[in-house]
Design a binder for this molecule. Structure first.
Ligand SMILES: [Zn+2]
Length: 202
């Protein structure tokens, strides 16, 4: 395999990237000054050196050097501990946090369940979610996934996963209000939409 093919193969693993685009990225990089390729390689290397996954919510944060286990949200004792919101990815968490409408705890699921197909267990952090629920013993878990068929399907899967623990710990499971219109991804929702969806949850 040539270096061009090797890098194209790596780009192909990115979400939504096809073979043609993957090769276009490689040729774009080859057309750039050498410094650009060096700083890109360094930026990726720095992810390895500095970023870790939070032991509680699983989001990525700068904590490798300080050997921190918890991100600043999970380590912040003044956050409400009785409500836990489940999101698909880090960007969704950041968006909810920026809306200023939520003060509880988070959990980043890490993926979705395809409508036709089996959930990939290695992608979805179901074991970690159960572990956190068991430790936190929240009064409410809010499922905040995209208002798409795949998001709904994943939400049902999460409800089923939590169901045995829910019987034991008696927490409420709610979902974001459909202030988020059909097909909306949390990633692209503005602060007001998120505020509405949170206050209209049920
Ligand atoms: Zn955290």
């Amino acid at each position: 395999m040539t270096p061009i093919e090797k890098l194209a193969e790596l780009f192909l693993r990115f979400p939504g990237i096809g073979k043609r685009q993957a090769r276009r990225f490689v040729y774009f990089l080859l057309g750039q000054p050498e410094e650009t390729r060096t700083s890109l390689a360094q930026a990726i290397e720095n992810l390895n050196k500095e970023i870790v996954s939070c032991a509680s919510c699983r989001r990525f944060f700068i904590g490798k050097e300080t050997q921190k286990e918890l991100c600043d949200l999970c380590g912040n004792g003044s956050r409400a501990q009785d409500v836990l919101i489940v999101v698909e990815k880090d960007i969704d968490l950041e968006n909810i946090e920026q809306s200023g409408a939520y003060t509880g705890r988070y959990f980043v699921l890490g993926g979705t369940v395809p409508v036709l197909g089996e959930p990939k267990d290695n992608e979805l952090r179901t074991k970690e979610l159960l572990e956190l629920t068991q430790n936190l013993k929240p009064k409410e878990i809010i499922i905040a996934l995209a208002a798409t068929p795949e998001g709904e399907h994943t939400a049902n899967f999460v409800r089923e996963t939590l169901s045995p623990l829910q019987k034991k710990l008696k927490f409420k499971i709610s979902a974001l209000g459909r202030g988020l219109s059909t097909g909306t991804e949390l990633e692209y929702s503005d602060a007001d939409t998120i505020k509405n969806a949170l206050s209209n949850r049920g």
